[in-house]
Ligand binder design. Structure first.
Ligand SMILES: Nc1ncnc2c1ncn2[C@@H]1O[C@H](COP(=O)(O)OP(=O)(O)OP(=O)(O)O)[C@@H](O)[C@H]1O
Ligand SMILES: [Mg+2]
Length: 302
């Protein structure tokens, strides 16, 4: 949440155990805006439909366009708990779903050995020793949940296959405990930076939405929503600069997050007219890009 902004959570409400309904598309957009997140109508529609049709929403887009933030804002706006699974290479079920607390199991065994016949032998694979990882937590949470499966393109194929199963039935089987079913369906947001193509089977189970860079006017609104009270000159300046940078052939284009950070940097400097070339590192993170922008003078006059 931007500093200084007052936000009330829970403008939209979902009761635990019910199919989530988010009212109308306009209400979704308004509730997200209440959290400082300005969603396009098409994104608000995808989220609304995801809840109505009980489908995960798959968000793709360049870095920093607001994919992760969508889920955060949605959780805050619905008063739901945000459960986030950050995907990474080599991720397996023990990172994502559950694990056993081996240290506590060992301690418990030792204690049982030291006090023979005292109590029942410990049930090592019971709930007492279960570690809930994000997916299990989302399934078992008694209240409304927004489940964010972030950067799914970083996980590998086997994990994607497992997700496919989970997302279709919302239940999992843990051999030692049996089948666990979600009471109410979480709202699910899956994000991908498209470092690889996802499997069609996964895409088919989701509503797909591509988040584009916002228009120049929209980006200014976003900067103002994120930094209430930001001087107009700063908001306009960074948005013009970013718009120009996005027209260049750079390795890494600045996202909306960088635009907001740039405005914040100029605010921190207390000098709205400070040369942008001195603060380029807020927006660009590749040395060659910075050199190129300085050499070509793309930002001159901004
Ligand atoms: N539509 C928007 N409304 C308000 N703020 C936004 C919007 N889009 C992006 N932002 C801002 O941009 C920042 C970066 O967004 P976020 O982290 O969600 O991007 P991302 O698409 O997940 O990027 P990455 O691919 O790098 O993970 C957010 O913290 C937020 O401040
Ligand atoms: Mg992200």
């Amino acid at each position: 949440m931007p500093p200084g902004a007052e936000r009330g959570g829970g403008e939209l409400s979902i009761a635990a155990g019910e199919a989530a309904s988010l009212g109308t598309v306009d209400e979704v957009a308004a509730a997200l805006a209440g959290q400082g997140y300005l969603a396009d109508r098409s994104l608000a529609t995808a989220i609304f439909l995801g809840a109505e049709l009980e489908l995960p929403v798959l968000l793709e887009g360049e870095a920093g366009v607001g994919k992760t933030e969508t889920a955060k804002a949605l959780a805050a706006a619905t008063g739901a708990r945000l459960v986030r699974l950050q995907c990474h290479e080599g991720m397996d079920l023990h990172h994502a779903l559950y694990d056993w607390d081996y240290a506590r199991q060992l301690l418990s065994l030792r204690a049982a050995e030291l006090a023979p016949g005292a109590a029942q032998p410990p049930e090592l694979f019971g709930r007492e020793f279960l570690l809930r990882r994000p997916l299990l937590e989302a399934l078992e949470h008694p209240g409304p949940v927004v489940l964010l499966i972030d950067e799914v393109d970083r996980a590998d194929d086997e994990f994607e296959a497992f997700l496919l199963e989970l997302l279709s039935d919302f239940q999992v089987t843990i051999p030692e405990l049996g089948t666990i079913r979600a009471e109410g369906r979480p709202l699910v947001i899956v994000t991908s930076n498209r470092t690889r193509e996802l499997h069609d089977a996964l895409k088919r189970r989701c509503l797909y939405h591509w988040i584009d860079y916002p228009s120049r006017e929209r980006e200014e609104e976003i900067v103002r929503a994120r930094l209430p009270g930001v001087p107009e000159a700063i908001a306009a300046r960074v948005c013009t600069a970013v718009e120009r940078l996005r027209e260049e052939e750079l390795y890494k284009l600045p996202g909306v997050g960088e635009t907001v950070a740039w405005a914040r940097a100029l605010l921190a400097l207390g000098a709205p007219n400070a040369p942008l070339a001195d603060t380029l590192g807020v927006a660009l993170k590749v040395r060659e890009d910075i050199d190129r922008v300085r050499e070509t003078g793309v930002l001159s006059g901004v």
